[in-house]
Design a protein around this ligand. Structure first.
Ligand code: BDP
Length: 687
């Protein structure tokens, strides 16, 4: 169905140009490359299927360049093609790059797709198919590209019982009733979607590893995991597992999981050997340790470097990686003194360990210091650890951003994070250059994100949430792409090239993050959601609990004082001038004011409004704009061009969003009206 195909719609194209040009050009495909590389076979198969479906042609596959006539040449780096002048592109990083060229001379037309690897060819094939799908002329497809980031990763938070932690699109496509599913067709279709936007790594189980998934590294389950690895291998995607740090203990093999214990080290060395016997190209481990009740090295008086390095030694002989998450804070604390500010925790834990990690360890750092809120500052760990491999972690699944019931296109948020200048160096110190490895010359680096898919027909529950998965891949490939451009590509590929449809969709996507922010928690303060579920308004839901998440609203004012002089001192974790900017009430950007400062309701923002009036205005505006989204979608020019099922699926979500946005508006406005006693300047109804 169109819902299922997402951005890989392969609708038959009409007669006429540019499609006839492609029919002429692509009737013959010359393939040169590692003949047995499965990824290359995948590329050829994808190409042939795509061309058959969209152009109705049956391309012939050749080994050599034909004497005359048009063709497409696919090749990987090492393969010379006689009679072909063009040089294969050479990039210095050895990443999976590709070049697409269109050659028209002496009456022959030819397209050439060169990859530095089979994966490069696969990415080029998808780009070619995207171009055809969008009806672009061949000359517009000419490009040379290499991914900016080395690891472009997806984290599944799927559990063996088939549920997905923070999943909003149905059940797991990987597991059912404690087992890996027999039929991996859906997993294969997922691999295809991911590869089409350049993803090259995936961890297939939740970072919270329970009893069952602890067994994925045992002889009993590895053949099963290997089946999944095989599917992803075909698409150039390396498989990783989240592991339980206490596995030797939990599985009953040892009576400790102390990382400095010889037996424990031996246990993991054997586990690694076993894993690589089943999966020779296994990517490595993802580890959540000493975080939210997960076991870790702390139990034995060891630190994160001891824990990570022990695993790294086990993986090193096989070239495996250890991705150690920095989402570490004390979730059993109340705010007793300034040192217990949760925002400080990751930096306080990890910064002192800089330089102690082995070179096959990467730290995976959430984009912000708290937890995927609609608005947070950038984590101060980026730039702070100059001798440690790092990657950033985003959340595609909309845990705090409307749970795929609300529209929230997250690419603009991610872009802001990647473009943030850490000032860790005089130049090139943006987060994107920390995570692409260029700033500090890291051996391994990249981007990871928590997936938003499940077994829903549309993959993502909300059909428009597919844009976040697509956008994540594209942005990770090239952080210089604009959020608008990504929205445009996605809308064209997903809905066909009808401006009456794609233009309003682009606008809806681009407006959606700010709409959601407007009717939810104001000015960077975060939370205010129903505890545990994280959906729907509950202003005090997390206010009197032990999770370190507060707004400190009283009758006079609100916000969290994180300044150096009077507050928690969190601002000191940034480099100058970010430190001074956030520390100063005057210089702090409005959108993060309450993250950094506690102010009276009458405090005037740079916008000229008081904090309390800002809260009222944004909540009325947000709810109104949410209703507007619904009307935009219902407009006949759009409605008549989208197939009814997809149209209805989106319309239902938007109706629900409009209703819930009003609820948010009323709960938040009422709360602050009652706390502050300050009426709305514009006299609107607040209950
Ligand atoms: C929080 C989620 C929780 C995750 C945790 C994590 O609420 O389900 O386990 O992050 O990232 O956002 O480890």
């Amino acid at each position: 169905s169109t819902l299922y195909k997402a951005w890989l719609q392969d609708e038959r194209k009409p007669e006429g140009d540019p499609f006839d040009t492609y029919r002429r050009l692509l009737g013959r495909i010359v393939v040169k490359g590692e003949q047995h590389a499965r990824v290359l076979s995948t590329a050829v198969a994808e190409l042939i299927n795509g061309l058959q479906a969209m152009l109705g042609i049956q391309p012939e596959v050749l080994n050599e360049l034909p004497q005359e006539g048009s063709c497409l040449v696919l090749r990987t780096a090492a393969e010379p093609v006689s009679g072909l002048a063009h040089e294969v592109p050479r990039w210095d990083t050895g990443r999976d790059a590709f070049a697409l060229r269109w050659v028209s001379a002496d009456g022959t037309e030819r397209m050439e797709l060169d990859g530095t690897s089979a994966s490069g060819v696969l990415y080029g094939v998808f780009r070619l198919l995207f171009g055809i799908s969008r009806g672009w002329e061949p000359v517009r497809l000419v490009t040379e590209e290499q991914p900016a980031n080395q690891l472009r990763m997806i984290n599944q938070w799927d559990d063996a019982d088939g549920s997905i932690e923070r999943g909003y699109a149905g059940a797991s496509i990987f597991y059912r009733e404690g087992e890996i599913v027999r039929d991996l067709q859906r997993v294969r279709d997922y691999a295809r979607l991911l590869a089409s936007v350049g993803i090259n790594a995936i961890s297939i189980n939740n970072v919270n590893v329970h009893e069952r998934e602890t067994r994925w590294v045992t002889e009993e389950y590895l053949p099963e995991v290997a089946r999944v690895a095989e599917v992803f291998r075909d698409y150039g995607i390396a498989l990783f597992l989240s592991i339980n740090f206490a596995a030797p203990l939990s599985l009953g093999d040892l009576d400790t999981s102390d990382p400095l214990d010889e037996g424990v080290r031996q246990w993991w060395a054997e586990a690694a050997t076993r894993i690589y016997r089943h999966i020779p190209d296994f990517g490595g481990f993802v580890v959540k340790a000493d975080s939210e009740h997960r076991p870790g090295p702390f139990a034995y008086g060891r630190d994160h470097a001891d824990g990570a390095n022990m695993l790294a030694e086990a993986m090193a002989p096989f070239g495996g990686l250890v991705i150690w998450r920095c989402f570490v804070y004390n979730c059993m604390q109340d705010w007793r003194d300034r040192s217990t500010d949760r925002a400080r925790a990751a930096y306080d834990h990890f910064k002192p360990l800089d330089g102690r990690f082995h070179d096959n360890v990467l730290l995976q750092i959430k984009n912000g210091p708290m937890d995927f809120q609609v608005r947070e500052p950038v984590s101060p760990l980026f730039g702070a650890m100059q001798q440690t491999n790092q990657m950033i972690e985003f959340q595609i699944t909309q845990e705090y951003t409307g749970q795929q019931r609300h529209l929230c296109y997250l690419v603009p948020q991610w872009k802001q994070v990647l473009d943030f200048n850490t000032h860790a160096a005089d130049a090139g110190a943006e987060v994107k250059h920390v995570v692409d490895g260029s700033l500090f010359g890291m051996k391994y680096s990249g981007v990871a994100a928590v997936s938003n898919i499940g077994d829903d027909e549309s993959w993502t529950g909300h059909p428009l949430a597919q844009a976040n998965l697509y956008g994540y891949g594209r942005l990770t490939w090239d952080p210089e792409l604009s959020a608008e451009r990504i929205a445009e590509e996605w809308a064209d590929l997903t809905f066909g090239d009808h401006p009456e449809v794609t233009h309003p969709i682009r606008e809806m996507l681009m407006a959606s993050w700010s709409i959601y922010e407007n009717y939810t928690a104001p000015l960077g303060v975060g939370w205010m959601v129903v505890p545990h579920y994280h959906y729907g308004p509950d202003v005090d839901g997390y206010e009197y609990s032990r999770w370190g998440t507060y707004h400190f609203a009283d009758r006079d004012g609100m916000g969290v004082d994180r300044t150096i002089a009077k507050g928690t001192g969190y601002t000191s974790q940034y480099f100058s001038p970010n430190k001074e900017m956030y520390d100063s009430l005057e210089k702090c950007p409005d959108e993060l004011l309450l993250f950094f400062h506690h102010v009276p309701y009458s405090y005037r923002l740079h916008s000229g409004k008081t904090v309390i009036q800002h809260i009222y205005d944004t909540h009325f505006a947000g709810a109104e704009a949410a209703e507007e989204l619904m009307h935009t979608w219902a407009a006949p020019a759009l409605r008549d061009r989208v197939d009814p099922r997809r149209h209805a699926a989106v319309a239902n979500r938007l109706a629900e969003q409009a209703e819930h946005a009003k609820h948010w508006r009323d709960v938040v406005n009422t709360y602050f009206y009652r706390k502050s006693g300050v009426p709305d300047e514009r006299g609107r109804t607040i209950y």
